[in-house]
Each structure stands twice: as structure tokens, then as C-alpha cells.
Design a protein around this ligand. Structure first.
Ligand SMILES: [Zn+2]
Length: 338
């Protein structure tokens, strides 16, 4: 519970932030700190509307059998993703036996500040051309209005051509709820995707303080990175929202240090996910078994095969009630401190 307090103002201006800020200068400081590591490669993939560099941070080794992609800060007023990314990278670079185990399983590529112009000017949602960078992923990016997305798409195409297609992609956001946003595009084999997402949700519960659950079986959000990358590139993709007000599971206000801790745990969640999908066709990025994505009739799918229940809080893929809260709070608290 927050209590009233007094504030000393040595200057004439006071800036109030809803969520703990993470500025461009914070990202630059962090990249300077990690760039000398032999496990880190940082390179620009293009520029923003206003000419700022868009960096990709690659952590790990090219020979790792699994690849994860993370994007943060598509929406400038959602700084949580940057804190999570910093926690994740710091855990991967810790140099202990667990870090070695993780890096043998997967590598991570991160676009840490997708909307750098917006962050710099203190914007909310859009880039400098008024474009929402988490929309229109159902078609090729427009290089004039969304050069940030066009650069990312060029990079992704090159990675796929080089045989380095990510098998999993996650877009980090924050709101007042905090949920795993599992979208349901009209494609065949959606149930297999939903099974993998349900497993990932359990990985989050097992290794982080995540308890809030995922979107309802009717949730469909066309044009987001989560849906577009799955539909167009055959990559398991998802959006993770963080509640930037309060973290119910640990009864704490949402702060940077908690999001960093979440990033630590996310490393193990990715590891468990990668272990499960190993050897499955989509481990090589081939989610659709070599087929091109194909739309199916949503109504027919809903009436017929029924993917209802997947990821819905308290239910399994078939809508059966399950107990997700199998960890007592004390154990959950321990799990995030590794
Ligand atoms: Zn957002």
C-alpha cells in the first residue's frame, strides 16, 4: 500500500511517471556494459523515422538449436519490457552452470527499443509518422510510415534465409491487467499452437511470479506481432502484457526491480519451452509442417474442432478445470531469485 509522502524539489520542474522510466540513455548504458562479452553481438538493423539506430542485441551462440526473439517498447509509454530484457540478459551472462545450460539450448535476439523516437520524445503509442508499430503485421511493413517495422522485417527475412528462423517470438507490453495475449488466427493446426502456448504459460507460472493467466478462447487480435508473425512466418509468437500498477502474486507495487527479476525467471521458462519443443517440426521454425499458412473459416473451426479453453485461466485445452496455482507463494518467491 502506498502512503502519502512529501517531495523535496531542488528544481522548478517535476516529472511524474506512471511506470518506472527506462530511457534511451538507460539502454545505451546497458549496451555499453554488455557489448564486450563474447556472448553478445549488437548491431543496427535500420533507423527510426527520425534517424535513430535500431539495435538488435544477440545473446548466445549461433550453434544453439533453438532461437528466441524478443521485442520491447513498440509502445513508448510501456517501459516494462526494457526492465525485463535487462534482467533476462544479465541472467544469461551470469557465467554460472545454469547460464551455460540455457545457452546450450537457445540463443536470444532482442529488439530492445522498437519505437526509440517515441521514447525520446515521451510519446505514448505511435511512431513519428503516427503509426502503431504493433499493428498491420498481417502484411509487409510500409517502409515510409513504419521504417522501424520494415527494418525488423528485413532482418527477420535475412535470419530465415540464413537458417536462423526464431522458433519463438515475444512482444513485451504493459497495461493495467497483465496477461499472456494468445491470439487465434484462422489457420490449420491452431490447436497445436494453443497447446504449445498453454505449455509456455505453465513455464511462466513455474519460473516467474506470473499468475494472471491468458486471454479468453475468443480472443483474436489481427495485425499484432503476436498474430502476424505466426500467420506470415510460421513463428510461435505471443504478446505478454505486464500490470504496471501492482503485482498481485507478490503483493508489491510494480517496480523495475521486480520486472528485472521476472527477466531472470524468464530465462528458465524459455529453457523449459525449448526442451519440450526439441525435435518437433517447428523447432526449426516450421510450425505449419512445410505448408503455407492458410486461412480457415473461423465459424467452422469454432463449431467443429473447438480450441476452446486453451490458456484460459483455470482451464486446460479442453476447458477442463485445472489448478494452476500449484506452487505455494513461498516457493514462487524462491523461484524468482535464482
Ligand atoms: Zn502496448
Amino acid at each position: 500500500m502506498l502512503t502519502p509522502t512529501s517531495i523535496e524539489m531542488p528544481a522548478t520542474s517535476l516529472f511524474v511517471a506512471r511506470a518506472e522510466p527506462y530511457r534511451v540513455s538507460d539502454l545505451n548504458r546497458f549496451m555499453d556494459e554488455i557489448k564486450a562479452s563474447p556472448l553478445v553481438k549488437i548491431g543496427a538493423i535500420g533507423k527510426t523515422v527520425q534517424g535513430r539506430d535500431l539495435e538488435i542485441i544477440r545473446v548466445g551462440r549461433d550453434v544453439a538449436p533453438n532461437r528466441v526473439f524478443i521485442r520491447a517498447r513498440a509502445h513508448p509509454w510501456e517501459p516494462v519490457g526494457n526492465w525485463v530484457v535487462e534482467g533476462l540478459v544479465r541472467r544469461l551472462l551470469k557465467g554460472d552452470a545454469d547460464a551455460e545450460k540455457f545457452l546450450a539450448r537457445y540463443s536470444v535476439c532482442i529488439l530492445p527499443m522498437a519505437n526509440k523516437d517515441g521514447v525520446e520524445r515521451g510519446g505514448t503509442r505511435f511512431n513519428s509518422q503516427g503509426w502503431d508499430l504493433n499493428r498491420k503485421w498481417d502484411k509487409p511493413a510500409d517502409p515510409q510510415f513504419a521504417p522501424e517495422n520494415a527494418a525488423l522485417e528485413r532482418w527477420l527475412d535475412a535470419e530465415i534465409k540464413a537458417g536462423r528462423r526464431p522458433s519463438f517470438a515475444m512482444d513485451l507490453h504493459n497495461d493495467a491487467n497483465g496477461m499472456l495475449h494468445i491470439s487465434r488466427p484462422d489457420i490449420p493446426d491452431i490447436e497445436k499452437y494453443l497447446e504449445r502456448m498453454a505449455h509456455f504459460e505453465q513455464c511462466l507460472r513455474d519460473h516467474t511470479w506470473f499468475t494472471v493467466g491468458s486471454t479468453k478462447p475468443t480472443f483474436h487480435n489481427p495485425g499484432t506481432l503476436g498474430e502476424g508473425w505466426f500467420q506470415r512466418f510460421g513463428i510461435d509468437a505471443v504478446i505478454l502484457e505486464f500490470n504496471c500498477n501492482y503485482i498481485e502474486s507478490i503483493k508489491e507495487p510494480a517496480l523495475g526491480r521486480h520486472w528485472m527479476t521476472f527477466g531472470h525467471g524468464l530465462v528458465a521458462a524459455f529453457d523449459e519451452r525449448a526442451a519440450r519443443v526439441r525435435g518437433q517440426p517447428h523447432d526449426a521454425g516450421d510450425v505449419l509442417g512445410g505448408q503455407q499458412p492458410r486461412r480457415v473459416d473461423r465459424q467452422a473451426r469454432a463449431a467443429g474442432r473447438g480450441a476452446a479453453g486453451a490458456g484460459h485461466p483455470g482451464h486446460d485445452l479442453r476447458g477442463r478445470a485445472v489448478d494452476h496455482g500449484r506452487w505455494p507463494r513461498a516457493d514462487r518467491a524462491r523461484s524468482v531469485c535464482r
